[in-house]
Design a protein around this ligand. Sequence first.
Ligand SMILES: [Zn+2]
Length: 558
Amino acid sequence: MDANSLPPLPQAADLRRLVHFSSSDGRIWLAGHRMLLLHVEALGGLRKELIRTIGAEQTRRVLKRAGYASGTRDAALARQVRPEASPYDQFVVGPQLHMLEGAVQVTPEKFELDLEAGTHHGVFRWDHSWEVETHVRQFGPQDDPVCWMLIGYASGYVSAFMGIPVIYREMQCAACGQDHCLIEGRPLKDWPDGEQLQEDYEADSLLVRIEDLTAELESLRTSLSPSDDLGELIGRSKPFQQAIDLVRKAASTQVTVMLTGETGVGKERFARALHKMSARADKPFIAVNCAGLPHELFESELFGAEKGAYTGANTARPGRFERADGGTLFLDELGELPLAAQAKLLRVLQNGEIERLGSTTVRKVDVRVIAATNVDLDAAVAAGRFRRDLMYRLNVYPIVIPPLRERIEDIEPLANHLLQSFMAQHNKRVAGLTDKALDAMRRYEWPGNVRELENLIERGLIVTPAGQMVDEDALFPLPPGGQRVTVSASGELKQAGPADIHSLFDELQRRGLSLDALEDGLIEEAVARAGGNLSAAARALGITRPQLSYRLQRMKER
Ligand SMILES: [Zn+2]
């Protein structure tokens, strides 16, 4: 049947009756399914972030599957709501629910269905797709269809309705300049490229995808090399220049380098600069954050895995060591490395040999290792969490990167440089930093170091009107209570400023408290308030969990 001979859609009153707003308990029901009313802008924002984070291709797959699940649920309602109706009237429950749910306006144009023979051909017109609306608003006109959740819904609905795999695809989309979208559906077997279309609906291991994306990102980062060897290492102060001097000397050798320093001092920048100055500059620079990897993935990440070595290992994969062959491997937050991986790391450092997980083949790699840590490795060794032999092996050439508060004269050039680069990034111009702002920055303690400075400058740029100068208040805003608040490296708000320090100091004097006693007291209070949850207590104190564990250990030993 085509559009001219198709009967009009039945009244949707029976479907509207299925919707129940149970405001007293905060739930909305569509028959037996809990539904949600949410803002298209919010969902559009989520969609945009997904696209930015995992790319358009992955987002399309994820949203198609979400739509598919939703269509499958609605299909269960079709026969239940209209048990006596014709197959056509039963079938259009889906399109009608899709409209009722606010997704899109659906007009049938062509409809053939034979449930017993398993044949189907449907063409529907879509108007006012929410996905077109939000996608075009955010990204402008498109070359490819964007109604991902909607098309997933159609495929899921009809597949569940018929009990066989059915694929709907967008033949045209309003996001590409047409005045409406047009979809066409057939059983999977009737599409010549059906198998390929079906792939979008197969759940893939997100883990493997993320690994692929990480590898891509690494190679992109490597290709975006800074114009000069020092990249963004800006600073003339003596302690900073001494550290750079050590980097320069190390660059011409193969020595394993250990970078230490507080959080946010720019260890990865130093590592990159070292790589760029070395003979390995045109080979890969691979960074691994040991604190960011789940323990069970450590070995496969670093050393690779053969197919089937662990659940989800569908293909053999090289580890970071193999990918860094000829180049540099940067191991950040080394103190977090599990003991099992430490043994293997020691072997690579000694012999340049690795074995993939699930393999007995020994592979030779030529990798320069740069390690970094902000925990005291001596203490970790004493606590049995770090191998002494590995520490000695890594610690042959330590470079200490000074905290920002010990290089006050570098703050101004750094701040100006950061302001310039954020202006380019946000496409917004301001007239610079006021003296008062620079002065406040020189007085500040900078617990989050350069990373915190970055956060503050970016924030200052955003809140300052275009063309004006960034003032102290834009960097260290005064909340209604009147105490200065600043943003830490991790983005949390913190109270700061000399006034608080004065009163805190006075209080310590009055009570005759030592610095150690104050620290112990604060730690005990944080742990108690967090109900013994060390991660939460560490967050409250603005330190890492390993740092907290270390301090607790030290308290016990005193
Ligand atoms: Zn569309």
